[in-house]
Design a protein around this ligand. Structure first.
Ligand code: PLP
Length: 400
């Protein structure tokens, strides 16, 4: 008997899954560049700096001293202890955050997924301030819960308020995805704004997942952490990592800080999916977190460089007064309203395509963040390229 022909049809688990639009845009720009087009890539979501030398050195030493085997699922104790100590120092209030509340994962992306999968399920709704990072919607959907977009007001840099959340909260609301500084807008929530959102969630019995991956990259003083302002941590998962602050995107280390029971559940889940994150990367992360002034200086220098590029970019964009940009107070993104917004459908994608095809500038359409009239521009590339790309964006805007 001939076996039946097997063709791939996606399982129900991933039937609705969309490829990450940000990664797809970046890969398309890379492919065009490889084919010889002089593309200026402003699509990237990662610092263009090298990992600081003392961190690289620590990884080399770790390899040579045998840190090459499986580790505990939740990560090595020195790393979890360093994370817990930093969190305790932030938190204050006489509270101690212990290593038992920390899971180290393969990037904060996995930490976020662990949290979504452990907390949410069928029938649950999860509030997602919008625009926001494309993966939140997919992670919530993969957890079989329903993502509920809560659109912020562009006049407030798209930041949401408790009233915005209240307008979308129902008896089924189970989670709130917070992110500050925000990808894609660069908005930064103040301490008071963050405190109000977290207090609202606590009152409604909603879990808060606070993604603080860009917290070190702020131009308005230190960006607030949920640890600074949450009255209680019994409904709080704080997610952070080394990728953006230390220019370590490829090392894949992130973590969650959450109540011990939830941490246990996330550890069990991770033990069956990926197990421990790379042993060598964990050693490098210890060096990043415990490197003191030497490492901090490199972070400060990187943020200063980002600020220089941001200011240069804004100065060029300001030469065309019709260009609307949200106040870019953190991260390394500018969020611009596309020409034709509100008049032509998916104006952001139309503009992004034009920028790429006619002006050799790669950006990400706002449709990736559920705001199709906007585009996201990353300035995580050198100053000359940022300036040149901004001139092209102004020219494209004027000719639209
Ligand atoms: N959260 C946000 C808002 C991001 O923009 C990104 C990456 O672009 C991540 C999380 C993932 O970071 P990591 O490299 O630690 O997985």
């Amino acid at each position: 008997m001939t076996p039946p022909e097997l063709t791939f049809t996606p399982s129900a688990n991933i039937a609705q899954l969309k490829e990450s639009a940000t990664i797809a845009a970046s890969q398309r720009a890379k492919a065009l560049r490889a084919a010889g087009r002089p593309i200026l890539d402003l699509g990237a979501g990662e610092p263009d700096f090298d990992t600081p030398p003392m961190i690289r050195k620590a990884a080399q030493v770790a390899i040579d001293s045998g840190a090459t085997r499986y580790t505990a699922t939740e990560g090595i104790l020195p790393l979890r202890t360093a994370i817990a100590e930093q969190a305790t120092a932030r938190r204050g209030r006489g509270e101690t955050i212990t290593a038992a509340e920390v899971v180290v994962s393969n990037g904060s992306k996995q930490s976020l997924f662990n949290a979504c999968f452990a907390l949410f399920g069928p029938g649950d709704e999860v509030l997602i301030p919008t625009p926001s990072w494309t993966s939140y919607y997919e992670m919530v959907s993969l957890s079989r819960a329903t993502p509920v977009a809560v659109r912020g007001d562009p006049a407030r840099g798209f930041k949401v308020t408790p009233a915005d959340l209240a307008a979308h909260a129902t008896a089924r609301s189970r989670g709130l995805m917070l992110n500050s500084p925000v990808n894609p807008t660069g908005s930064v929530y103040s301490r008071a704004e963050l405190a109000d959102l977290i207090a609202f969630a606590r009152e409604c019995g909603i879990w808060v997942i606070s993604d603080e991956i860009y917290r070190r990259i702020s131009y308005v003083g230190e960006a607030a952490s949920a640890l600074d302002v949450a009255e209680s941590r019994d409904h709080l998962v704080v997610v952070d990592g080394i990728a953006k602050a230390y220019a370590m995107t490829g090392w894949r280390i992130g973590w969650s800080i959450a109540p011990a029971q939830l941490t246990k559940a996330m550890t069990a889940f991770q033990s069956h999916t990926t197990f421990n994150p790379s042993s060598v990367s964990q050693a490098a992360a210890v060096a990043a977190l415990t490197g003191g002034a030497a490492v901090d200086e490199t972070v400060t220098a990187m943020v200063a460089e980002f600020r220089k590029r941001r200011d240069a970019a804004l100065a060029i964009l300001a030469t065309e007064p019709r260009i609307r940009v949200t106040p870019p107070d953190g991260a390394f993104y500018l969020f611009l309203q596309a020409p034709g917004a509100g008049k032509i459908p998916d104006a952001g994608t139309v503009f992004a395509n034009r920028l790429l095809e006619e002006h050799d500038v790669a950006v990400v359409s706002g449709s990736a963040f559920q705001t199709p009239d906007w585009i996201r521009v990353s300035y995580a590339t050198d100053l000359a390229q940022v300036e040149s790309a901004m001139h092209r964006i102004v020219a494209a805007y004027r000719s639209a």
